[in-house]
Design a protein around this ligand. Structure first.
Ligand SMILES: *[C@@H]1O[C@H](CO)[C@@H](O)[C@H](O)[C@H]1NC(C)=O
Ligand SMILES: *[C@@H]1O[C@H](CO)[C@@H](O)[C@H](O)[C@H]1NC(C)=O
Ligand SMILES: *[C@@H]1O[C@H](CO)[C@@H](O)[C@H](O)[C@H]1NC(C)=O
Ligand SMILES: *[C@@H]1O[C@H](CO)[C@@H](O)[C@H](O)[C@H]1NC(C)=O
Ligand SMILES: *[C@@H]1O[C@H](CO)[C@@H](O)[C@H](O)[C@H]1NC(C)=O
Ligand SMILES: *[C@@H]1O[C@H](CO)[C@@H](O)[C@H](O)[C@H]1NC(C)=O
Ligand SMILES: *[C@@H]1O[C@H](CO)[C@@H](O)[C@H](O)[C@H]1NC(C)=O
Ligand SMILES: *[C@@H]1O[C@H](CO)[C@@H](O)[C@H](O)[C@H]1NC(C)=O
Ligand SMILES: *[C@@H]1O[C@H](CO)[C@@H](O)[C@H](O)[C@H]1NC(C)=O
Ligand SMILES: *[C@@H]1O[C@H](CO)[C@@H](O)[C@H](O)[C@H]1NC(C)=O
Ligand SMILES: *[C@@H]1O[C@H](CO)[C@@H](O)[C@H](O)[C@H]1NC(C)=O
Length: 636
């Protein structure tokens, strides 16, 4: 199906066969050694030395403050016109700081960029950040990470609008295509675009298995099946990292260990109302299947879930504080020796969208910030997400509660990542090149094509699809931009009664609850209320209606399935993608298969056990459902 533009396909091929990094050579085969190295360059800055020698040298030079700075990663915005932002203040205790002092005073060197600028401006901003880091005593390069930004969702704290980056469906749509080769290409394209602007760490893949259909962060998962999720995570890690972490890699943060799917009532674990994962079906091991695959595939970093386990042998405290889970299960039993980075905001209460949100120290709410920091380190976590409280670590070491050697273990891993990525030796990117790489015609085209292919056809009464309109065919649209459809040469009328066909675009229902931040997370009921159902029915009774529902969770829509002329599920798609599939333009047709069961009723949802997959009674559409256009339809 793909006929890649040759120059880009060559680039992809060379990128996939990652060029080995000179400084990644093991000490055993390294020709230059510390003792004989060029004395005019500090050993850790000398690319001819092997990484272990450079790490030893750098660690021996670091102050406690410099070590503490490595153990934090904080969200910051890219400033306007490629500058360092000096208008957004990061508040922590009595400190209220912008980006620059975070680097020069708090000595942080890991950040996740939480807004979108043009590719050129992001690259320029990244370079400005690296220039600033060069002004610090040790000149340690900054590592920039990002939440997913290659789809349609834009949710504070978990995804970002794509801007100039190419636009795919959410990862659920990648799962709907069941194609590891495509999944690897998808991650490869994201990697190329990230590399171009200086992003070197992807806060994904999110491999929580959606065994509770109300789970608020289902959209960025791979659905309900642990084995499908496992095959996807392996492909993504290969696409992001390559066979080994090197100069052209983006490191991955697989999340949220040991699986955030079994959320009680689906409530989101950013918030106290969602702090519990329940395991009453005794299915914790099922949720570990994709994590085992990620570890075997060499995934570099893992993020624990915010939630705490109920109904297991483990303590009922949040996973980031949970030593039997992080050290006992993840490190000792599953053999993970990479970096564990906590989810954002375990230690301090912080204002988000103008409201103070409590620290996610679930089950440990009454502990002090100092106690929390110690518990997280003792659990075996290497880095604190979303915090800047270096003074707590300094106090823990100064007061003898934590040995400095404990910090060294984590600092060494975090710095090794920077050496492997080549950041010490080549930290800048080319802003002009960034503009030509990000969203280039080939990458954008694969994104656009994937939006079309992931379309999942749930019903097609009387084989009404694909539509074959003639010049006089009239359309009425709700949930789409009618002006846009007119510009696409459709005759759009202003009432369903005048139309030959109607289009209705819907989102899976959710309930907006609580604080402004919480309202961004889609929790609660999955069905439409009586007035919405009545409005839909009126439309269905007026004209044959093609429904296009965004499945960021499995919608409970038996009445839509029964009454619509045809029903599509999608996972993030443009109006153009919808039209091309509806009209079978250029041969586009739905290829997606459901990545989860779609329950028949809210009663069936509530009767499910949160940690158990595929236990919804008599699903409306089962996992794997997805119709094709009939052969005759395509020939007609
Ligand atoms: C040592 O490094 C300096 C600075 O990069 C360089 O100018 C010099 O040529 C190097 N000397 C040797 C012997 O490699
Ligand atoms: C950003 O650049 C644009 C175009 O050069 C300019 O008009 C604008 O004033 C700049 N804004 C800032 C804050 O520098
Ligand atoms: C913020 O940055 C802008 C653009 O670089 C600069 O003009 C302004 O003086 C800076 N403000 C502060 C308070 O540093
Ligand atoms: C942080 O400092 C800025 C600039 O001084 C100020 O406008 C802002 O109100 C401060 N925020 C808090 C929460 O103190
Ligand atoms: C998942 O994979 C495991 C290991 O390969 C296999 O034993 C199991 O039967 C698979 N489960 C399903 C539902 O395919
Ligand atoms: C989930 O959130 C809803 C709405 O805030 C609340 O009524 C319910 O009690 C919460 N569930 C749990 C387990 O806290
Ligand atoms: C925290 O302290 C309050 C008041 O002493 C108590 O009611 C609550 O149960 C405590 N919570 C935990 C998790 O220990
Ligand atoms: C991708 O789709 C968008 C929206 O339909 C369109 O504007 C853009 O031109 C497409 N890009 C490519 C390269 O096909
Ligand atoms: C609807 O589409 C038209 C034509 O493309 C565009 O100008 C307008 O901004 C769109 N309206 C909205 C609300 O997106
Ligand atoms: C709409 O029709 C006009 C005239 O036939 C044609 O030039 C134009 O390319 C068409 N636009 C689209 C989006 O198909
Ligand atoms: C149904 O939901 C809509 C919003 O989606 C809301 O405006 C309306 O008040 C609700 N109606 C009932 C009867 O709950």
């Amino acid at each position: 199906m793909y006929t890649p533009i040759p120059s880009w396909s060559n680039l992809l091929m060379s990128a996939l066969a990652l060029i080995p990094l000179a400084s990644a050579i093991p000490c055993s085969s390294c020709s230059t050694h510390l003792a004989t190295s060029n004395s005019t360059i500090l050993p850790y800055l000398n690319p001819q030395l092997c990484i272990q020698d450079r790490l030893d040298d750098l660690l021996s030079r670091m102050t406690l403050e410099e070590k503490a700075g490595q153990l934090f990663i904080k969200q910051i915005p890219a400033g306007i016109n490629g500058t360092i932002d000096n208008t957004t203040f990061v508040l922590d205790g009595n400190r209220n700081l912008t980006t620059a002092p975070l680097i020069t005073e708090i000595l942080l060197s890991h950040f996740n960029v939480n807004n979108a600028r043009s590719a050129k401006q992001m690259a320029e901003w990244h370079n400005a950040i690296q220039e600033l880091a060069l002004q610090t005593r040790l000149k340690i390069p900054v590592t920039i990470a990002s939440d997913p930004r290659h789809a349609f969702a834009d949710t504070v704290g978990s995804s970002i609008a794509s801007g100039q980056f190419s636009k795919f469906p959410e990862s659920l749509g990648i799962a709907a295509l069941r194609d590891p080769v495509l999944a690897e290409l998808y991650a490869t394209i994201i990697r190329e675009e990230y590399l171009a602007v200086g992003i070197r760490s992807a806060l994904q893949p999110q491999i929580d298995v959606v065994t509770e259909p109300r789970m608020a962060r289902s959209g960025q998962t791979f659905g309900e099946d642990a084995n499908l999720t496992a095959s996807m995570v392996v492909a993504l890690i290969k696409g992001f990292q390559g066979t080994e972490l090197g100069l052209k890699s983006v490191t991955t943060v697989t999340k949220h260990f040991p699986g955030a799917g079994p959320a009680r009532n689906g409530n989101d674990s950013h918030f106290a109302t969602g702090k519990d994962n329940t395991y009453f079906g005794d299915f914790l091991d099922y949720h570990l299947i994709p994590f085992k695959a990620a570890i075997a595939a060499g995934g570099r970093q893992i993020m624990p879930s915010y939630a705490r386990p109920i109904g297991t042998k483990y303590p009922e405290v949040a996973f980031g504080f949970n030593k039997p889970v992080i050290t006992g299960l993840l490190r000792e039993k599953l053999g993970f020796d990479g970096i564990v980075v906590s989810d954002w905001g375990l230690i301090t209460d912080q204002a988000i969208l103008g409201v103070i949100e409590p620290a996610r120290a679930w089950g440990l709410e009454n502990t002090t910030e100092l106690e929390r920091a110690k518990l997280v380190l003792d659990a075996g976590v290497d880095q604190f997400g979303g915090e800047i409280c270096t003074e707590l670590l300094i106090e823990l070491v100064s007061s003898g509660q934590i040995p400095e050697s404990r910090l060294d273990i984590s600092v060494r891993k975090l710095l090794e990542e920077k050496f492997l990525l080549g950041l010490f030796d080549n930290r800048f990117v080319d802003p002009e090149a960034a503009d030509t790489v990000v969203g280039n015609a080939y990458f954008a085209r694969i994104g656009n094509e994937t939006q079309r292919r992931a379309y999942t056809l749930l019903t097609n009464q009387n084989d009404i699809l694909p539509l074959r309109p003639t010049d006089g065919t009239k359309f009425y649209a709700r949930g789409f931009n009618a002006t846009y459809l007119s510009a696409r040469n459709l005759t759009v009328v202003d009432s369903p009664e005048k139309a030959d066909f109607c289009f209705l675009r819907l989102s899976t229902p959710w309930e907006a609850r609580g604080s402004p931040f919480r309202q961004r997370y889609h929790e609660g009921r999955l069905d439409f209320n009586t007035s919405e159902i009545a409005a839909h029915s009126a439309l269905f009774n007026s004209c044959p209606t093609i429904v296009d529902v965004l499945l960021d969770r499995p919608a409970v829509i038996p009445e839509v399935a029964a009454e619509a002329a045809a029903l599509f599920g999608h996972y993030g798609a443009s109006a153009d993608a919808f039209l091309d599939v509806v009209f079978n333009k250029d041969g586009w047709e739905p290829e997606g298969k459901l990545p989860f069961d779609m329950p028949r009723s809210m009663g069936a949802v509530e009767a499910q056990v949160a940690d158990v997959p595929f236990d919804t009674v008599d699903p409306l559409f089962g996992f794997g459902h997805g119709l094709s256009y009939g052969r005759t339809a395509l020939c007609g």
